[in-house]
Design a binder for this molecule. Structure first.
Ligand code: GAL
Length: 316
């Protein structure tokens, strides 16, 4: 009886994750744009945990490389994955514009590619049948940020001068996430019929220190004129929060602060009222989907072109 149960369990693992034993498990090459990124650290940690613990892939079959935010470095890493004959690639590009060359190389070697987090443009996504993108629609995250502001008691106009005067701290502007969050957060305000006024917009490249520096500059330049500081992600919002405190301002009383990702620190800040809101960027849903799709592709199954995971609005 025990043997039958064990067999059924093994078959279940095969059915769910596509692998049974260490010998026939696929080799997976994962290229992350930069390990020193808070959100992508959560993402890759969960990806590795899920693949090993839940899908039973031996750890030695999974190699995860740090692109160090350098496309040349990442290209070398992808070349070695291809030379090593991995069964599938999971790629978080440093530069989305490199997608075409990666797709051509992987296609020539017959290796499927699951792009994550940094969405290649539609023209590049059309280059091969053997690729897909797993991610979240950044328009949704921007819209949620704007809606959170529009839903405050003074509709974002905390200084009462008749317009929502805002500061925008952007991620890397080459990323569609940065472009869409910047655009759609403001669109949600204008769609709600609110008058907006952009005081300051600069790139902080998803980085906490840069977020702090930029917010400090904006606060010293525009002072009490600022109603809202929008940050394209939570890491930059954590930096901006420090600048807000240093400037003697109080979130929720004389300024609003928004991020995206829902890092644990930021979730706690939203609960405490020291951050107005954030948006959950579901690294668990995204990493699990990427892993499931990668295992199917490694087993020769055809992939859909896109797999979308929803964002979730986070307020007190
Ligand atoms: C975004 C995320 C940022 C950063 C970026 C990297 O989706 O919100 O925090 O990790 O991806 O491409």
């Amino acid at each position: 009886m025990k043997k039958i149960i064990a067999l059924v369990m093994a078959l279940l693992v095969v059915a769910l994750c596509g692998v049974a034993t260490a010998e026939d498990a696929p080799k997976i090459g994962v290229a992350i744009y930069q390990f020193a990124d808070n959100f992508m650290t959560l993402y890759r940690t969960e990806l590795a945990r899920y693949l090993t613990e839940d899908c039973g892939i031996p750890a030695e079959n999974i190699v995860i490389m740090d692109g160090k935010n350098d496309q040349a470095e990442q290209t070398n890493q992808i070349d070695s994955f291809i030379a090593d004959n991995v069964d599938v690639l999971i790629i978080n590009l440093v530069q989305s514009s490199s997608a075409a060359s990666v797709i051509q190389k992987a296609d020539a070697a017959g290796i499927p590619v699951v792009f994550i987090n940094r969405e290649p443009v539609a023209d590049d996504m059309a280059l091969s049948e053997n690729i897909c993108y797993v991610g979240a629609d950044a328009r949704q995250s921007g819209t949620f940020q704007g809606e959170i502001v529009a839903e405050t008691e003074n509709k974002g106009d905390i200084n009462g001068n008749g317009t929502v005067d805002y500061v925008m701290i952007m991620g890397d502007p080459e990323n569609i996430d940065a472009q869409y969050r910047t655009e759609y957060s403001i669109k949600a305000l204008t769609d709600a019929g609110l008058a907006v006024n952009k005081l300051f917009e600069q790139r902080g490249d998803w980085d906490q220190t840069k977020g702090q520096e930029l917010a400090a500059t904006a606060l010293s330049q525009y002072g009490n004129d600022i109603d809202v500081i929008f940050c394209n992600n939570d890491a930059m919002a954590l930096g901006a929060y420090q600048a807000i405190v240093d400037a003697g301002r109080v979130v929720g009383e004389d300024i609003y602060l928004l991020g995206v990702d829902c890092l644990d620190e930021c979730k706690a800040m939203v609960e405490a009222g020291t951050m107005t809101g954030t948006v959950l960027n579901d690294h668990i849903g995204q990493s699990h989907t990427a892993a499931d799709v990668a295992l199917k592709a490694a087993a020769g199954e055809k992939m859909e072109k896109y797999y979308w995971v929803d964002y979730v609005k986070v307020t007190k």
